[in-house]
Design a protein around this ligand. Structure first.
Ligand code: CP
Length: 307
């Protein structure tokens, strides 16, 4: 039984197969509408979510399966003090697969150690968000045609943004990847990513706090919001929250085929006027998330391609 706790839980070949399956589902969703008949997905969300929870539920329904779950810690027995281990032992009798989001780093890993069903990490604290990253890879692959030889700018909250951490971890496995980190000094990427991922894999990267200066170099710009819920101090959040705002004026510096990705939700970091720019693909990215999660459910449940 396989769990997805980190994007690196899939080998490069497994990742290629997953993205290919997601692409086939995207092009012919009707072929896959019965493959999960009789199967159930549990969504265990201890932290708020719109896209991840609902796209998982939509994915399972598109595959002909059913969903059950909770959308906040308050509406589950964790409010009475139940442990993750006991919760997942019980859920294993009620569902065939589960997606878990939790504010504590490592909670889905703990769940996987006590689970009788595949566990998918749907975001754990500031640590990882593998299904967002897989969605990001699918978006880049479908729209750029390749995941190699890209200069990727990651902008915003690089300290607390788990989607950025997961994306960097996943992209270093491709060749010709270069990162440009765009953040305020206080929100730079954590030391462990610098040492254990970027330096360990000899990945070139530069750092700046001026977005306009680097826009002409980018193939992909990955914007993120400043993660208010991870700050200890509201004053720091207010001071940093609008450090970068991408607008139509700044977009005049960007390449004509640069993609703008954002895991969403957006706060102020992309002006709504940018939404109509063909390079703005963040809503398309959220749509790809459904097909990616359909492919992931099929893969973890080891369901064959329909006839
Ligand atoms: N991208 C993402 O994780 O969005 P939600 O928090 O709405 O699930």
């Amino acid at each position: 039984m396989k769990h997805i706790i980190s994007p690196l839980d899939l080998t490069c070949n497994e990742l290629d197969d997953l993205l290919s399956l997601a692409g086939r589902i995207y092009r012919h969703p009707e072929r896959y509408s019965q493959v999960c008949n009789g199967k159930k997905l549990a969504t265990l969300f201890y932290e708020p979510s719109t896209r991840t929870r609902l796209s998982f539920e939509s994915a399972m329904m598109n595959l002909g399966g059913n969903v059950l779950g909770f959308s906040s810690a308050d509406s589950s027995s964790v409010a009475k003090g139940e442990s993750i281990a006991d919760t997942i032992r019980v859920i294993s009798y009620y569902a065939d697969i589960c997606a878990m989001r939790h504010p504590k780093e490592g909670a889905p890993l703990v769940a996987s150690q006590f689970s009788g069903i595949p566990v998918i990490n749907a975001g754990d604290g500031g640590h990882n968000h593998p299904t967002q990253t897989l969605t990001d890879l699918l978006t880049i692959k479908e729209l750029k045609g390749d995941l190699n030889n890209l200069t990727i700018g990651v902008c915003g909250d690089l300290k607390f943004g788990r989607t950025v951490h997961s994306l960097i971890n996943a992209m270093v496995r491709y060749s010709g990847i270069r990162f440009i980190m765009i953040s305020p000094d206080e929100l730079k990427i954590p030391e462990y990513l610098r040492n254990e991922t970027l330096d360990a894999n000899n990945i070139p990267y530069t750092e700046t706090n001026v977005l306009e200066d680097v826009l002409p170099e980018l193939d992909v710009l990955y914007m993120t919001r400043v993660q208010r819920e991870r700050f200890f101090n509201e004053e720091d959040y207010i001071r940093l929250k609008d450090s970068f705002i991408l607008d139509n004026n700044k977009m005049t510096y960007a390449n004509k085929d640069m993609l703008i990705l954002h895991p969403l939700p957006r706060v102020n970091e992309i002006a709504t006027e940018v939404d109509s720019d063909p390079r703005a693909v963040y809503f398309k990215q959220a749509h790809y998330g459904v097909f990616l999660r359909m492919a992931l459910i099929m893969t973890l449940l080891e369901l064959p391609e329909p006839e």
